[in-house]
Design a protein around this ligand. Structure first.
Ligand code: ADP
Length: 643
């Protein structure tokens, strides 16, 4: 059984009688007390300083002290101990003053019977007060530990009121955004959300809030340095102990790495799908682009066989065949170029070149092409007008310009095509401008990607493989420049590109050779060894060289060629194919050089790269021609070497 604790009570009382009555009243009421008495201020101070009381009873007036003084000392020294004033008559106002100053009650001496009740009530109230204070402390401690928990770690935490306005952000949030709490409160949250994500966020938040439901959303929040990072924000409604809705609480977790990886995956997938789509379109186009000239070549080749064909017609047909072959060749060259670019094998060979002369040549060449078109071709005047000698890869520069002019002419039905250049700082800026069909704005950058064409349907009006711009841009970048375009649908396109301006003060001109019209006549019969494994190529060469007083011997591979040269003393020249079975042309040439150093050997190959030419010369060949052969070219080379 629980025993009642003994109450430690201090009485400030100068009257012995009153003190006794007080004691009796308390004991009579059944209170277990330990009552001590003091009569002066000094005794009072000493008592409250040195003891722990449950209650203080103070007389209102003492000779040199009073209840107000005692109360004020209590507030300072033992503020939690309840203080009751026991007095003779005091006015109501004084009583109110005493209560205001902190006394819990007052009891008149002529009504001391009321004292035990007042004491019991004061003690009960003190107990409640203490319990409240303790609860508050516990609450504060608990809140403090929650705040510490909220502020440590990487999670951004927020709460709102019942009107959707934010009323708290944890330190992690404030440090992340770099804004003080007062900036973030209310609806300033929206200011740090990425504008693209905001509509979706507001929708999700408002909808869930109105239904008091949980929500989860992913969006970007602006960091103090301006960078947006991805977060998953999960919010849920909060209710107090009565079940009353008090707002929302939510936490945001940085999800950037996963999100970026996810976006990268999506992008890679889209790219793969697009690439797949482009490749299909490319195969479709390429098949069309190859079949079209092939169709003409095969068709006209058959027609040419007609023995009754008039010679005019025969000339026209052969012209068509040659033209279509050239078209076929340019498609193959494009495909090879793309393959070399993508393999990182394309190299730059810089040489001195006359820029103005090169542009004039291009102009003359394309002028022949536009003869039958309803178009003007304009070459802008050169600035400066004098000779402009620069260092660059001429072959690549000419190919870029040719591709762009070709496109301009292809996509322009009337108006003009204008090209030229200007010197801008340390760069030469070229342009090819047309008044053609234009390119939609959204394809400004896309169009430079391989196989990309504006027309994607099968009813395409314009031919092409979709590789020209890709190659031109890649070449421009290899030369150290940039390419971009400016276009308006229906009005025209200007494609710009730059290359570094490397001016050469003086050009070293190669020794001038007198170019003579080839005289296809040979004095005395000459023997030419053709090392060629392919029958058709051999027959073509045989045909091209017919009527030239040339005796032809054939070797089917490099090893045979070496043997023939070793055994036959009258071989005057060798046309050496490079790619052959048993032994290739390079090896054969090297072996022949061991015993015949001055025999002219002309390499003939289907590879058309400058490096192949150089390799052929380095392996000991006297000269180099690339397939497909032109009669004038092959005959003049042979003439040149046969003296
Ligand atoms: P191709 O001309 O063989 O299709 P390109 O890579 O040279 O390939 O060009 C890709 C696409 O860019 C063309 O199919 C065309 O849609 C567009 N294009 C290029 N140049 C022009 C131009 N001058 N005017 C309008 N469209 C052009």
């Amino acid at each position: 059984m629980k025993t009642e604790p003994i109450l430690n009570i201090l009485s400030l009382e100068d009257s012995d009688t009153d003190y006794e009555i007080i004691r009796e009243q308390l004991i009579e009421a059944g209170l277990k007390i330990n009552l001590s008495r003091v009569q002066t201020e000094t005794e009072f101070v000493a008592a409250i300083r040195n003891n722990k009381y449950d209650l203080i009873l103070a007389d209102f007036s003492l000779p040199q002290f009073d209840a107000f003084g005692a109360l004020s000392l209590c507030r300072k020294i033992c503020p939690k101990v309840p203080f009751i004033c026991v007095s003779g008559r005091i006015g109501e106002e004084t009583a109110i003053e005493l209560i205001k100053a902190g006394a819990v009650d007052y009891v008149l001496k002529d009504r001391l019977k009321k004292l035990p009740f007042s004491v019991t009530r004061a003690l009960a109230e003190a107990k409640v007060k203490e319990a409240l204070i303790r609860a508050e402390i516990v609450l504060n401690e608990s809140e403090q530990s929650y705040r510490t928990l909220a502020d440590s770690g990487n999670t951004l935490i927020w709460t709102t009121d019942t009107n959707k306005f934010f009323n708290y952000f944890n330190l992690v949030w404030l440090e992340y955004t770099g804004w003080p709490m007062k900036h973030e409160l209310d609806d300033a949250w929206a200011k740090v959300v990425h504008p693209d994500d905001l509509p979706h966020c507001l929708n999700t938040y408002n909808e869930a809030f109105d239904k008091r439901e949980k929500f989860s959303m992913e969006y970007r929040i602006k960091r103090r340095d301006g960078e947006y990072r991805w977060f998953i924000d999960e919010g849920c409604p909060r209710f107090d102990s009565e079940g009353e809705f008090i707002g929302y609480i939510g936490h945001c977790i940085d999800n950037t790495d996963r999100k970026l990886a996810e976006l990268e995956l999506v992008r890679a997938k889209e790219k793969a799908e697009e690439s797949d789509h482009l490749k299909t379109a490319f195969l479709h186009n390429i098949s069309h682009e190859i079949r079209t000239p092939m169709n003409s070549i095969i068709g006209f080749s058959e027609l040419i066989n007609d023995p009754d064909l008039l010679s005019e017609k025969r000339n026209e047909y052969t012209g068509m065949i040659v033209q279509n072959c050239n078209q076929l060749l340019s498609i193959i060259t494009d495909i090879v170029s793309i393959a070399t670019i993508e393999a990182g094998q394309e190299k730059i060979l810089e040489k001195e070149m006359d820029l103005n002369e090169t542009l004039s040549q291009l102009y003359r060449q394309f002028l022949l092409k536009v003869k039958n078109q309803n178009l003007s071709l304009v070459l802008s005047p050169f600035k400066p007008e004098n000779e402009e000698i620069i260092l660059t890869d001429k072959t690549k520069l000419v190919q870029i310009l040719s591709n762009l002019i070709d496109n301009a002419l292809k996509f322009t039905l009337h108006g003009y095509v204008n090209f030229g250049y200007s010197i801008v700082g340390s760069e030469i800026e070229f342009f090819v401008k047309d008044t053609g069909i234009g390119i939609p704005e959204e394809l400004d950058e896309e169009i430079f990607k391989r196989f990309r064409q504006v027309e994607t349907t099968t009813t395409r009006q314009f031919g092409g493989s979709g590789l020209g711009l890709t190659i031109s841009k890649a070449y421009t970048e290899l030369l150290g420049g940039r390419m971009w375009l400016d276009s308006q649908l229906g009005k025209g396109t200007t494609i710009y590109f730059t290359i570094p301006y490397k001016k050469v003060e003086e050009m070293v001109f190669p020794e001038l050779k007198l170019i003579q019209e080839p005289v296809f006549k040979i004095n005395g019969t000459k023997t030419v060894l053709i090392a060629e494994d392919e029958d058709t190529n051999f027959f073509l060469l045989e045909e091209l060289l017919s009527g030239l007083n040339i005796r032809i011997i054939r070797a089917l591979n490099g090893a045979e060629a070496v043997d023939i040269c070793r055994l036959t003393h009258n071989v005057d020249l060798v046309l050496m194919d490079i790619k052959m079975p048993v032994m290739d042309g390079f090896t054969a040439t090297k072996l022949i050089r061991e015993f015949k150093s001055d025999l002219p050997i002309i390499a003939q190959t289907a590879y058309s790269d400058e490096r192949d030419r150089q390799k052929a010369l380095a392996m000991g060949c006297s000269d180099y021609i690339s397939k497909p052969f032109k009669r004038t070219m092959i005959v003049s080379k042979i003439m040149e070497h046969l003296g």
